[in-house]
Ligand binder design. Structure first.
Ligand code: R5P
Length: 271
């Protein structure tokens, strides 16, 4: 592995403990103004210092992330469909490598839709993106997309993750499932787990804990952080599991304590 590629990867997956906390704010690329992410700048500002990297589109990076940040950017470079369109799996690469370099991307991210109508297109796109990005020492994170028709069990996710790794993805983002260890075992590159739809805070912390226990290097969490009533408390609790080795009970207690302090401060400012 070339020095640049190694260096960029080590900014995302911390070498001291082989763990990663990625904050996902790229949802608008197909969902538009997702609930509680209507104003990305306000969402990102208080959370940026608590994540190891930010998963973002170029539009939001340029408009809503301070260029002075030292947080590495994982740049989503695929798109082409929206939630009201015909088929979400019809994605292409929408960002040039030159623009990704201008944006100082630490990694490029794209989705593959294994088993969908457009699986061929998205898998070939992944292979081409890896070939291009490796010329510049930029790692590629492949997202194994799931959908109504696509599975979310260990058998499907093992297939999707392995296909991504075989195409040369340097990190694979997938979902937690029963027998998750099997997915990790058969994927030769690090796996990071997506948070998914908003669930109660304790459950999201359990998901984080289970993912790490199951062999993931960390989580790439979005809605379960910024759709929480207390996003900073939540990201700090998630971080305490990923980097502080807290168990679920300890992390949930930390969340409650920080959320309580936050509520009190808000009340004080109102008075
Ligand atoms: C989906 O493909 C997006 O790339 C999100 O980054 C991903 O789903 C993680 O966000 P969340 O934790 O909200 O699921």
């Amino acid at each position: 592995m070339d020095w640049g590629l190694k260096n960029r990867l080590s900014n995302i997956i911390k070498p001291q403990n082989n763990r990663a906390l990625m904050l996902a704010v790229d949802h608008g690329y197909f969902l538009g103004p997702t609930e509680k992410l209507e104003n990305p700048k306000n969402v990102i500002a208080p959370l940026l210092k608590y994540c190891d990297s930010l998963m973002v589109t170029r539009g939001v990076q340029r408009t809503s992330v301070p260029a002075t940040t030292s947080t590495p950017m994982v740049l989503r470079v695929s798109g082409g469909s929206s939630i009201i369109g015909e088929d979400l799996s019809q994605e292409d690469i929408t960002v040039s490598i030159q623009d990704a370099i201008r944006l100082n991307a630490s990694a490029l991210a794209m989705s593959i839709f294994v088993g969908s109508k457009y699986e061929y297109q998205t898998i070939v796109n992944l292979g081409k993106l890896v070939s291009e990005a490796e010329q510049y020492g930029i790692p590629v994170l492949a997202v194994t997309a799931v959908g109504k028709e696509l599975g979310k069990d260990a058998r499907y996710l093992s297939l999707a993750c392995r296909v991504a790794a075989e195409q040369g993805a340097h990190i694979v983002k997938t979902y937690y499932c029963d027998n998750f260890e099997k997915v990790v075992e058969s994927c030769p590159v690090p796996i990071i787990v997506a948070g998914g739809k908003k669930i109660p805070e304790r459950d999201a912390l359990q998901l984080t804990y289970n993912s790490i226990k199951g062999g993931a290097v960390g989580v790439d969490m979005g809605r379960n952080i910024w759709q929480s009533e207390h996003p900073v408390a939540m990201i700090r609790a998630v971080r305490a599991i990923v980097h502080g080795n807290l168990n679920v009970e300890q992390a949930f207690n930390l969340y409650k304590k920080l959320a309580n302090e936050n509520s009190k401060n808000k009340q004080k400012n109102k008075d």
